[in-house]
Ligand binder design. Structure first.
Ligand SMILES: Cc1cc2nc3c(=O)[nH]c(=O)nc-3n(C[C@H](O)[C@H](O)[C@H](O)COP(=O)(O)OP(=O)(O)OC[C@H]3O[C@@H](n4cnc5c(N)ncnc54)[C@H](O)[C@@H]3O)c2cc1C
Length: 198
């Protein structure tokens, strides 16, 4: 889902008012300004730029290094640019145009694709949905199988958002709960299967 922030001068009142335009698609980061919240934002929900989480120390209490690498994938850069252009097209429709005085952000001065991309880089921000650091699957990058068992290690499962092969198109809390519910069923099923086999 792309949520693009359009701030508009309210007709008549003269005060600045903020509205949002939502589009089913995808992005990376939130367009932030002093009036925005995570919901008043541009966000890539089907982001493809791979981030990195690396252990920095043998001390388990040391925090890892996390590098999200936003907008490194071309698909994400295209999406960030096209989503802003889409919001502009939407804002210029007959239905919305009468209510707009001027574009607040990115602003009239930001026109070319590279200028729009620079705006996305400058004002983008996370909305806190990093996932997929040890994805479920069977390809060489997969860490767990489809029953969340870590490949090559017996008696170990991963049960949280890190097993998502791709980011869900929405919030991540409910899917985390669903993954846990499903995992508890699978753990019980496997335990029953083992006791029957034994
Ligand atoms: C600021 C913020 C706002 C958010 N807002 C929303 C929202 O509005 N709606 C929504 O759906 N999602 C939201 N999210 C995302 C959502 O909170 C997460 O996607 C979700 O909590 C992920 O669940 P998880 O179980 O995968 O990981 P976590 O919730 O991070 O759980 C991991 C747990 O493992 C523990 N842990 C870590 N290391 C160890 C260790 N070595 N030993 C033992 N325990 C350890 C941690 O203490 C933690 O309790 C938000 C996230 C943030 C940060």
């Amino acid at each position: 889902m792309v949520v693009v922030l359009l701030a508009i001068g309210a007709l008549g009142g003269g005060t600045t008012k903020v509205t949002t335009v939502q589009q089913a698609a995808a992005t990376t980061r939130a367009v932030a300004d002093t009036t925005s919240t995570a919901d008043d934002a541009e966000s890539l929900y089907a982001e493809t730029s791979p981030g990195v989480v690396e252990i920095k120390s043998t001390d388990p209490m040391q925090a890892p290094a996390m590098r999200p690498n936003y907008l490194t994938a071309e698909k994400d850069r295209i999406c960030a640019v096209e989503s802003i252009k889409y919001a502009r097209r939407l804002a210029s429709t007959a239905a919305l145009k009468p209510y707009l005085l001027s574009e607040y952000k990115p602003g009239e001065g930001v026109r070319t694709d590279s200028e729009i991309l620079e705006f996305a880089r400058e004002y983008g921000a996370t909305i806190f949905h990093p996932t997929g650091t040890c994805k479920m699957g069977s390809d060489p990058m997969a860490v767990t199988d489809s029953r969340l068992r870590v490949h090559g290690i017996g008696g170990l499962r991963v049960v949280d958002c890190s097993i998502m092969p791709t980011l869900v198109s929405g919030n991540t809390h409910a899917p985390a709960v669903m993954i846990a519910e499903k995992a508890s069923d699978m753990i019980l099923e496997d335990a029953r299967g083992q006791s029957i086999a034994a």
